[in-house]
Design a protein around this ligand. Sequence first.
Ligand SMILES: [Fe+2]
Length: 494
Amino acid sequence: MKNFFLTAYTDLLHTTARLTVLGARERACTDYVSPMRGASVSTVDVDFLSMQRAYELAHDDYDAMPEDKIPALAATAIQWLQRSVAVRDHGTAWATANQAEQAIMAKFGDLLGAPDQRFQDPNDDDAFAWFCSQSVIAHRLTRVDGGYRIDLSFLRGYELRDGAEALGSDAYFDDALRPLRIEGFRGATIRPGDADWGMAKYHFRCSAALAATIVDHAIYAHLATANSMVVSTRRMLDVDHPLRRLLAPFQLKTIGINELASVTLIGEGAMVHRLTGLTWRGLDALYHDAERQARFETLPELVARNGTAHLPWAQDAIEIWNALEHFASRYLALYMDEELSDPSVLAWWRSFASRFGSPMTEIRTRTELARVVTIMMWVVTGWHRHIAIPDDLARSPEWFAYYLPAGTQSVRAMWPSREKTMLNMLLVALTSPRGPKITQDFSQYMLDAPARACVKTLHAELSAAGARIAERNLARAYPLRVFEPQSIEISIST
Ligand SMILES: [Fe+2]
């Protein structure tokens, strides 16, 4: 049965996006200038993200380009529709994956590049191993006795709409990353060769997409880290403060995209709610848990915790991390002693820490400051690039859905409906990287020649990192392109 509302809703959002964020030329860092004296930021409270404290979302960006704002009338109409029309999951089925891809390309083809990685059969074990170790969930792969594991069982605890299947299971792999079993698929352990093995893998990929999109992308990257950084930096530091100048390029377009997300993506009745099988109460609980459990940790800490430093994802990610860490350390040493004494820096950190969901300790030294600044820069650059679902995976219903109907008996029956496929592709198109890149010159923000030299050194280090990644890719069965520096945005702009 056709889902007329979902089609009309997708078309409305698509048209609005084409007239705004998707319609403009790609911006470069050099399109922006350093902020005017006194430039700060206002905030609006987001009720559903507020817990013991109000969640303050940054509002009105002095850096905004015309395409960054959706017109107030369109925002009001979209919010009214989302709240007024009940969330329903019915829809029509695709005849073939090819038919789906043709329909997707007809609507979104001009926004999509050539695919990075094509698999003959996205549901075979090689594709599954690639997905789990190199794609959006690779940061959750953890070393265990006899191999590796990704634990997504936590997703099982959230309230679902009638007719939806619960997501959340654990996947296990051997030392060579070949899949061994999936635990928790419909209460059972499923192994390669079992009748339900294909369905268990599909179900796991759906869980992975949900965890990456909601927990690691929307909440951790956009709302906990980037929004807190924007608000604390613009409120607590003067426009000529060296720390404000350092972080300014890492905030381009962030306020606009977060406001757009708060209207069209994450609220009640918005895209995420309609794409997943969660009730609003279930989704709201997942948001709050994601915020509370967010770890403000370094990439080396994450990789050490996971025991995966030797794997391709970590090898490439560390390249970007190291370049950012060197940049932050070198830059801060130009302006600060090891013992921090500047009250505005301490106030900036307290403001950030009070906004981030989980508790954090005081910082007292420049080394500690460089650590937290590098985490922020990493989350809005390399991390954000990594956890955005690549459009390759959304081109076909064979990879994943955010919603699974309960009781399916075949992988084909688990595919998203036509209507949800198109809405999902719009979400992916909206989040595909098209903002200013980290490899572009941003030295206009720097206060003096030594700081501008730091930017040059960062770019030289990123270029060397890119060459090493390209070299490693020659020897890999599946090249990993997500950390190619020239494709990494400098800020959360999508
Ligand atoms: Fe994003």
